[in-house]
Ligand binder design. Sequence first.
Ligand code: AMP
Ligand code: MN
Ligand code: MN
Length: 359
Amino acid sequence: MTAVPAPDIEAEWTRAVKALDAASEICLACHIRPDADALGSMLAVAHALHARGGSPRPRIVASFGDLPFEIPAILRFLPGAELLTPPDAYPERPQVMVTFDAASADRLGLLQASASAAGELIVLDHHASNTGFGTVQLVDPDAAATAVLAHELIGRLGVEISRDIALGLYAGLITDTGSFKFPTTSPRVHEMAARLLATGIEPGAVAHELWERAPFSFLGLLSAALGRAVLEPAESGGHGLVWTTVTRADRAAGGLPLDAAESVIDVVRRADEAEVAVVLKESDDGLWQVSARSKGRVDVGRACVALGGGGHSRAAGFTASGTAADAMAALRRQLAGDAAAGPAGGMAGDAADHAADGR
Ligand code: AMP
Ligand code: MN
Ligand code: MN
């Protein structure tokens, strides 16, 4: 058996910096329905590129491929909204494009065609399932967040970390490490956090924005979702499954957008009796955005990839049409297979969500 050679990450960094140095147009894109890691990393690099200047100064575009183009409510505290361009005004053939936290090209939504046509496509990501869709692959499955890679890139571009840059990176880091609780929380993660905090950003203010506030009507949504949670001890290969739904009607009752439902999984997953927790969130178009979390013995990433989604071994998701019951039946089958296949590997948490111990 021949070992697959490890990609020469140092050579990839050199190529990335060279491409960015030479570019007259740099187009940034993060994954659709962005979480703090995706949007925070992208905005941090956008701030850095603007601060860097250059002569001639490159044109810098940043976006994500959702229409309507709306920043999720809980991420509106991140500085840099003015640096964003809607996807319908995004260049069709970017000279150099950089993607953030997207494991596959389809996660770019409306910007996928621009990525295919880009002269150089630099991919910053930390999903083990990354499909290798870039021409320059800065993908590290051991990185706690894409923000770690964005931080490295900013350093290599020679830009000093400002407060605006630090806020984006910190939001990504704290989210994807589940507030520094996931196994990816290495000494290096804390060293990076220390450098970010040294700019004067307030960790309490970031945590408050991300996890400690919601409109009053969220309490009603949470109550409805928790009230119909189901525990299935025999599922997930006997390790237990807990699941619930957040319907369009739940959200309509409180006038809440889809992203308001993201933190529900962090309550549901507390159930000790279940190794796997699942929340199915009904989007405005009637599709189910399914979030799955594992405590480590079952690989939900593999199960969700098999259902057309993606993610990490402990935090993953997929999109389903049809009924919630159908989506759950398909997921139960996958989870039974995963549990039989053995324990999940290491975790690279990708958490847009609001977990105390989320993902
Ligand atoms: P979420 O449950 O939305 O917080 O996402 C958890 C992880 O699963 C993140 O790494 C997401 O990028 C990934 N993920 C969630 N939904 C999907 C999807 N529909 N397709 C691909 N990856 C997804
Ligand atoms: Mn993400
Ligand atoms: Mn991430």
